[in-house]
Design a protein around this ligand. Structure first.
Ligand SMILES: C[S@@+](CC[C@H](N)C(=O)[O-])C[C@H]1O[C@@H](n2cnc3c(N)ncnc32)[C@H](O)[C@@H]1O
Length: 225
């Protein structure tokens, strides 16, 4: 089965971290349709989102034009991150520049998951910087073709890279997100991890409830055969 990369960022987690740490902006890598940028724009006064595909960048510029606090940038995430990172601008980073053939017009097949280079491009940044990296499951067990497993780092490599740059950060995985935050914000992550679903939009919770119901029926049917 082909696994789709990508889920939208949790505004609840982003907002909790912003309040706890005084974060002043969000930076997203991999704009795609602008879904997470829109969510982040409800939480932060400034959002920067970076997209490699000129076509997706153009579309996102149009879709997000009603949000004056969102800046759409075109290009490789690493090139922009080194310029954006700042020692006195506490930032939430949503790192999601992950190539997927299931995402129409997705760019980046030649470098399918640049997350280690992204972290290094950000460098030590601000001590309060937070890192949310989507698609954690792919770092726990490398993906099958057409993904190239060589392009995807392991979870340990991601943890080591964050640790090297931010020795005091608390690191964990919740709901398919690799999370690295200052140790003092651990309780925000703990609260999110206890109730990740409660913070989903109502439609998503309803869809999950119906899907789980169908899955249970299929399991029961398969068990009775
Ligand atoms: C999984 S989608 C992002 C979904 C989006 N972040 C969201 O939450 O709604 C990945 C996106 O990253 C883009 N991408 C791939 N490599 C990139 C790179 N090196 N720099 C910037 N964007 C990249 C792809 O074109 C695609 O649009």
């Amino acid at each position: 089965m082909l696994v789709a990369m990508g889920g939208a960022v949790s505004p609840h987690l982003a907002s909790g971290l912003k309040q706890e740490l005084g974060l002043v902006r969000a930076v997203e890598t991999g704009t795609y349709r602008g879904w997470s940028a829109r969510r982040l724009a409800r939480v932060f006064p400034r959002v920067v989102t970076i997209e490699l595909s000129p076509q997706l960048h153009q579309t996102a510029m149009k879709t997000l034009r009603d949000l004056p606090n969102v800046e759409c940038r075109l290009g490789r995430s690493v090139d922009h991150l080194s310029e954006l990172a700042h020692e006195r601008v506490p930032t939430l980073y949503w790192l999601d520049a992950h190539w997927s053939p299931l995402f129409e017009a997705s760019a980046g097949e030649a470098d399918q998951c640049p997350v280690l280079d992204e972290l290094k491009a950000i460098g030590p940044g601000d001590a309060a910087d937070c890192f949310l990296i989507d698609d954690a499951r792919v770092f726990c067990a490398s993906p099958r073709p057409p993904y190239d497993p060589e392009h995807w780092p392991t979870l340990a490599e991601i943890f080591d890279t964050i640790r090297e740059l931010h020795p005091g950060h608390y690191l964990t995985v919740v709901s398919d997100i690799v999370i690295g935050v200052p140790a003092g914000a651990k309780h925000v992550v703990d609260e999110f991890s206890r109730h990740p679903v409660r913070h989903w939009p109502l439609a998503a919770r309803l869809a999950r409830y119906l899907l789980l119901g169908v899955l249970r029926r299929v399991q029961r049917w398969a068990g009775e055969r």
